[in-house]
Ligand binder design. Structure first.
Ligand SMILES: [Zn+2]
Ligand SMILES: [Zn+2]
Length: 356
């Protein structure tokens, strides 16, 4: 679930997104268009990058009737006359990879992505119900999740597959540190973890723009989640590491072309704001756990004050969990199992709770 944060030093060179079915040139040889999504976050940004005699496409939208219609109207409208050369997919979330299989087959183009994106998507399609297994249910229950939210989170493979067409049998792999040549320009390939494993970003130093996917967005803090399959994972630590690398490698006055919302200037400021947002959440958790030990479920309402449905709850819970796991790694929290079988965390200076 996106978290809104409105404090900002950013500037937005394009005040409005392109109208439905239209494209706008946002950087030399880069077109921006939008695909609607049937969610609270109601769109995804798609970019078309000059690739010599055609356009390389970045990301797709989910698979549904409306998205296919939008693609047909783009292909027969503003994109007519030049071919589509290849499809690059930033990460495995359905709003970015959903129509990859269909687009690659329909247009007879290769899929270019990271190995983790490709295999992650294939893995879900091989075992869509795989998360509904005792060890995963136990994990969520031990941390205090409600049965309704456990049902939602353990069935998400089925929800995912409804939005994603089967991937092509082969892909072209991009790896962090690669150089991707598109239409006579070199793009530095970066990958970053935290929001999705091995999410790809492309940096064009020559023309000073950065295709940031969901890693850095102007007014949304990308969801960072712990998943039951990697119960002690530290996706927040990986995300913060990625933000540091972005600031080290990309100059401050670079145009950011994100996966959602408007393009913007202020990359370094935004990376700092995002890191600050997570630091503030860690402080809230620390204060609450200094009062008394808490389960992850008890931490959720401290971070998210509004009422959450089971779907939102599963994301909020996993995001709260990411902060807890990060703080355990940092030594700020310790966890223990109470007499009721639930896992609780306490601040390290109150570790005597663990013996209570
Ligand atoms: Zn995403
Ligand atoms: Zn997204």
């Amino acid at each position: 679930m996106p978290n809104r944060s409105d404090e900002t030093d950013l500037s937005f060179p394009f005040a409005e997104p392109p109208a439905a079915g239209e494209v706008v040139e946002v950087a030399p040889g880069v077109l921006w268009t939008r695909i609607p999504l049937p969610f609270r976050l109601d769109h995804v940004n798609i970019y078309l990058i000059d690739d010599g005699d055609g356009w390389a496409v970045l990301d797709t939208g989910i698979d549904d009737e409306r998205t296919r219609e939008v693609w047909w109207s783009l292909l027969s409208g503003p994109l007519a006359g030049r071919r589509i050369t290849r499809l690059i997919v930033s990460h495995y979330h359905p709003d970015h990879i959903g129509l990859a299989g269909w687009l690659c087959e329909t247009l007879d183009i290769p899929l270019v992505t990271s190995q983790t994106t490709y295999l992650g998507c294939i893995n879900i399609s091989l075992r869509p119900g795989g998360l509904d297994a005792r060890p995963y249910r136990d994990f969520y229950e031990r941390h205090g999740m409600t049965p309704e939210a456990v049902d939602r989170v353990t069935s998400q493979g089925h929800h995912y597959l409804k939005m994603v067409t089967p991937l092509p049998p082969t892909f072209l792999r991009l790896v962090d540190g690669d150089t991707l040549r598109l239409g006579g320009r070199d793009f530095a390939v970066m990958s970053g973890d935290g929001h999705a494993p091995e999410q790809l970003m492309l940096h064009c130093r020559e023309d000073n723009f950065f295709l940031a996917a969901d890693q850095v967005i102007a007014k949304i803090s990308p969801n960072i989640s712990v998943w039951a399959v990697d119960p002690e994972g530290d996706p927040l630590g990986l995300y913060l590491r990625s933000l540091r690398r972005i600031r080290e490698n990309i100059a401050a006055p670079t145009l950011v072309l994100p996966g959602h919302q408007l393009p913007f200037y202020g990359l370094h400021e935004r990376c700092k704001e995002l890191a600050g947002h997570h630091a503030a959440r860690c402080r809230q958790i620390e204060e609450a756990c200094r009062e008394r030990p808490r389960t992850v479920a008890e931490i959720v309402p401290i971070l998210f004050s509004r009422t959450l449905d089971p779907h939102q709850m599963s994301f909020a819970f996993s995001e709260a969990h990411a902060h807890v796991n990060h703080m355990i790694r940092q030594g700020a929290l310790t966890q223990f199992v109470g007499e009721d079988g639930c896992v609780r965390v306490a601040t390290a200076d109150r570790a005597d709770f663990s013996r209570a």
